[in-house]
Write a protein that binds this ligand. Structure first.
Ligand code: LRH
Ligand code: MN
Length: 429
């Protein structure tokens, strides 16, 4: 494997951090021992955790107003994979990349799979795109895609999704994520029931094309780009569609796709209860689908989501294999730093959820002692688990301080010498 960052540089950086890490790790171990928890076992569980990075997150993102590129940002899938390899080499929790088509289209997917493996990476869920028109496209998605009132447009969208499955098979992926922006901006613009029926008919054709061991992950979103109604607007529409389609159809929760203050952790529990919890797009938001760094605004919510996931791990439903992926838009940071930071925050929330005294929690719930139940959860949330996450990373060959080591590598400055400048523009990519 050709690792992008020199192992010597990582070893040198770790050498100055290790003593402090061992001291913090030791004292946390003593604290957990007093709670009857073995630190080594938790560290092992944490080292088995991983989350996929979005290929589109390797570049700077933007809004409808503007995008501010940085020198040395990736300009194609090959450069995006290089940067994803940097994130995995330093952080050791992101061994898979979730690609998006046609943004990541190439002529030889076999070669792309080998190139990716040589970087120590694999592929997670593939994403289709029927929310933008491509040059030379026959039917515009301005009227929608899978739910469009125009049959030729629906057929084109179905065809594209099936093409994504075929590409994904060559890349070794096992999931297709389907998010459509289909909806309306005016009351009356489309019949709300017939729109869903058209979506279900199109989705059923995609479902039929899924290989036996594949899943279709339906991603709901409350609004944007449509601002009056969205065909798959919430978890209710998503689970009904997934139940209608069949066992290979599951629901994907993008944390930013809900109204402010929606209890997302309860949606996790509900989808799991009915065996339809398929995966996540982790990010954070304060207002809309802000695609901010995971846990940067509301880390407690992310912890509560993982609290439900650990409960789900303890009570698995058939086919329980949630796909964990990041989906963020890095408008003001170096994308590599944001994904290093987000992967650590997500892993830390999982670690905290593992440290909840579940028997105490369940007793408190049984005896209706809300304060004891809340304090039991909070006791885990208040723990500083960074020594666990850093030790797991260090033991896997990663950097103890990922961002400090990344900056010491001067990766971005080096890439600014090699890579073509990215043009000004607007939009997410
Ligand atoms: C839609 C979404 C979806 C992706 C896109 C890049 O808001 O979350 O998951 O296809 O962002
Ligand atoms: Mn998403």
């Amino acid at each position: 494997m050709n690792m992008p960052i020199s192992e010597e540089l990582i070893a040198e950086a770790n050498a100055s951090e290790l003593a402090a890490l061992e001291d913090d790790y030791g004292s946390l171990g003593r604290k957990l021992e007093r709670r009857g928890i073995g630190l080594a076992a938790v560290t092992r569980r944490v080292s088995e955790f991983s989350v996929a990075v979005p290929s589109w997150g390797a570049g700077r993102g933007g809004t409808r107003f503007a995008k501010f590129p940085i020198p040395g940002e990736p300009t194609n899938i090959h450069e995006k994979l290089e940067d994803c390899a940097v994130i995995n080499q330093l952080g050791r929790t992101t061994p898979r990349v979730s690609p998006h088509f046609p943004w990541d289209k190439v002529s030889d997917y076999g070669a792309l799979r080998e190139e990716t493996a040589a970087l120590g990476l694999g592929f997670d869920a593939v994403n289709s795109n029927t929310f933008q028109d491509q040059p030379g496209q026959r039917h515009s998605y301005s009227t929608g895609s899978l739910a469009s009132g125009i049959k030729a447009t629906r057929d084109q969208a179905v065809e594209h999704n099936i093409e994504c499955i075929r590409i994904g098979e060559q890349l070794g992926a096992k999931d297709l994520t389907v998010w459509v922006g289909d909806g309306t901006n005016f009351p009356g613009q489309q019949d709300l029931a017939r729109s869903l029926d058209r979506y279900l008919d199109s989705a059923a054709q995609i479902y039929k094309a899924l290989p036996d061991d594949w899943r279709m992950l339906i991603e709901h979103k409350m609004f944007e780009p449509a601002f009056y109604s969205t065909v798959i607007s919430d978890w209710g529409s998503s689970i009904l569609a997934a139940q209608e389609l069949g066992p290979k159809a599951k629901c994907l929760i993008d944390l930013g796709h809900h109204a402010p203050n929606v209890n997302i952790e309860q949606i996790v529990a509900r989808l799991h209860r009915f065996g339809k919890l398929g995966g996540f797009h982790f990010n954070d938001s304060k207002y809309g689908d802000d695609d901010l760094d995971a846990g940067s605004i509301n880390p407690h919510q992310l912890f509560l989501v993982f609290n439900e996931l650990v409960e789900a791990e303890l009570n698995p439903r058939e086919g329980f294999r949630p796909a964990y992926m990041i989906d963020q838009s890095h408008n003001v940071t170096d994308p590599i730093e944001s994904m290093l930071s987000s992967a650590e925050t997500i892993t830390a929330c999982y670690a905290k959820a593992l440290l909840v005294d579940r028997s105490m929690l369940h007793i408190a719930q049984e005896v209706n002692d809300p304060m004891l139940a809340f304090r039991t959860l909070r006791a885990a949330y208040d723990l500083d688990v960074t020594p666990i996450v850093a030790m797991a990373r260090f033991q896997a060959g990663g950097a103890i301080d990922t961002i400090k080591t990344y900056r010491a590598s001067h990766w971005r400055a080096r890439k600014a010498q090699e890579r073509a400048p990215v043009g000004l523009g607007a939009g997410i990519v």
